[in-house]
Design a protein around this ligand. Structure first.
Ligand SMILES: [Zn+2]
Length: 301
């Protein structure tokens, strides 16, 4: 928790009723910003949390999205409707999907399978309320404070991180992986667009920003913000090697899984509760499949 800013509240979106799984962050600046929203099924939870912090319908200025996976952005449409002044900030590759979510929702349903209904879909957001955040884009929090965009692909092509100019805290989404329920930093590599080289350079860019605190979607502030970006680079290198060697040995998900578990054993890096949760959510299988898809494409290049 060292360095976690006083005026940023971690909101537990209680995804699927689980505590400590998916976070949103309320930056209580002059112009308040919510970073990530949780899934659509978390809308009421997040709305009530904002209300409990004293934010009325006209008080939220920004909904800032790290990326457009539904566990991070799914409630953004309903929140935009509930907070009509708020503008929505997103990576350029995410903007059109927020305005017209059909393809995003269909793609997510394909990845999540039968668990999809527990995320819910996404209410469309008027295009005129969406701001595209390129690398270096600043979100004005008032009083000279801003969030600076660091483009951070790797986990997804539409991933950004945001650095708070006042506190030095960084909101990383899933760019560095997850750290939750007492476990170690662990990669999140869902299909369809894992990019190991991009992930590595994103982790480097985040390290260069020297954040004083790092908030991750799953879940909250990382224990050691100084070490995490370096550790994330090691992890990206390890998954890259595991993906390549697994694919060389068997050209299938099972071989990539074996190679991954050889270098990043999930049962050692995650806590018992953390492992139980990502198995229930299907995220560990997604990570094996996402890495295998990257390795297959990489082998074909
Ligand atoms: Zn994600």
């Amino acid at each position: 928790m060292s360095g976690a800013p006083q005026d940023v509240t971690v909101i537990d979106t209680l995804m699927w009723g689980h505590e400590g799984m998916t976070a949103a962050f309320l930056v209580e600046a002059e112009r308040p910003a919510l970073v990530d929203t949780g899934s659509r099924t978390s809308f009421e939870t997040v709305r009530s949390a904002l209300e409990a912090r004293g934010l009325g319908p006209d008080d939220l200025e920004w909904i800032v999205l790290t990326h457009i996976h539904l566990d991070h952005c799914g409630a953004s449409g309903d929140l935009a409707a509930a907070f009509p002044r708020a503008r929505v900030v997103v990576h350029r590759r995410g903007a059109r999907h927020l305005a017209d979510p059909g393809r995003l929702v269909a793609g997510s349903a394909a990845v999540y399978g039968e668990g999809f209904h527990r995320y819910g879909d996404l209410l469309a957001i008027e295009e005129s309320r969406i701001d595209v955040a390129e690398d270096g884009h600043r979100v004005d929090l008032g009083g000279g404070r801003h969030l600076t965009t660091i483009e951070a692909p790797g986990h997804a092509r539409h991933q950004n991180a945001y650095l708070d100019s006042q506190s030095g805290a960084l909101f990383g989404g899933d760019a560095l992986g997850m750290e939750f329920h007492g476990g170690e930093l662990f990669p999140a590599l869902p299909p369809p667009d894992v990019d190991v080289e991009a992930g590595l350079s994103s982790a480097r860019a985040i390290a260069d920003a020297r954040p004083t605190a790092i908030g991750v979607g799953h879940f909250g502030w990382v224990r050691d913000p100084e070490a995490a970006p370096e550790r994330a680079q090691d992890i990206w290198r390890a998954v890259g090697e595991a993906g390549r060697s697994g694919w060389r040995s068997g050209s299938d998900v099972a071989s990539v899984t074996e190679a991954f578990e050889g270098v990043l054993p999930s049962s050692a890096l995650l806590s018992a509760r953390g492992l139980e949760l990502i198995l229930e959510l299907g995220w560990l299988d997604h990570t094996y499949a996402g890495l295998a898809a990257w390795a297959e494409a990489d082998a074909g290049e």
